[in-house]
Design a binder for this molecule. Structure first.
Ligand SMILES: [Zn+2]
Length: 252
């Protein structure tokens, strides 16, 4: 009798914790818990804004590739890395990628950023940005903190030249982005990976990925890290396109 009672109390305890956890996740998704509350624990010291290196990305968005921001700027609700609006009807994909940045190249960027305190951002040249990405981040103190971010950055930088590396890296981001500072990377990773698979005519994989995207971001739900309606529309069109090609391929 005593044991049954204890067990019941445990189960109720677990149930309450589960409810709290669900509630917390919903609050974050809805933007009611601000990221700024979590920064100190996330280990992010700077954000690097990255856009893919391809012909589809407009000039305005390409110009801010490698722009580095202080976390305090990124958390402002009206934050945009762009000085003028994106020129495309479906805005180009870009992502603010958080870094702890303890390797040499990243540390020197962080120092420059801090000394620009008033402005709060600096622009890296293509060469400087490449040096940060190619630096020995995986041997630095914050390697585990930065792993997912670095996979995202190198995927974007190497979409054209190292196709398979980029595909693998985006896949890693989609699978492992669970922490709040990584949620922002999910939609960009889904969009870019889909486009890469389509470019490689890997229709079946593209379709599977779009279905995963739809399941992860159901259209009846919304949140800060959810896709915009233009992004959803792009995925819907791509799905039809991939489906047609997959059917043609199978019947050929
Ligand atoms: Zn653009």
């Amino acid at each position: 009798m005593f044991h049954t009672h204890n067990l019941l109390m445990y189960l109720i305890g677990i149930f309450v914790l589960l409810l709290l956890w669900q509630f917390y996740k919903k609050q974050i998704a809805a933007g009611r818990i601000l990221e700024v509350d979590i920064f100190d624990r996330s280990g992010v010291r700077m954000y690097v804004y990255a856009t893919p290196n391809d012909e589809q990305t407009c000039k305005t968005c390409s110009a801010v590739n490698g722009r580095v921001f202080l976390p305090t700027l990124i958390t402002k609700s009206d934050f945009t890395p762009l000085e003028v609006s994106c020129m495309k009807p479906t805005p180009c994909t870009g992502a603010p990628v958080g870094l702890y940045g303890a390797w040499l190249e990243a540390r020197s960027v962080l120092d420059r950023l801090k000394s620009s305190r008033k402005q709060g951002h600096i622009q890296l040249s293509a060469q400087e940005f490449r040096e940060v990405i190619d630096g020995p981040w995986d041997r630095s103190v914050g390697a585990e903190t930065d792993r997912l971010s670095m996979y995202m950055l190198s995927a974007m930088a190497y979409e054209n030249s190292k196709h398979d590396v980029a595909i693998g890296n985006y896949g890693y981001v989609i699978e492992h982005a669970k922490a709040i500072q990584h949620l922002k990377l999910l939609v960009p990773a889904f969009l870019r990976l889909t486009q890469l698979l389509v470019r490689g005519e890997r229709w079946a994989e593209a379709l599977k990925l779009i279905e995963q995207f739809e399941a992860q971001f159901p259209s009846f739900e919304s949140g800060v890290y959810f896709p915009s309606s233009a992004q959803r529309e792009l995925m819907r069109i791509t799905k039809t396109h991939a489906f047609k090609n997959q059917v043609m391929k199978l019947s050929a």
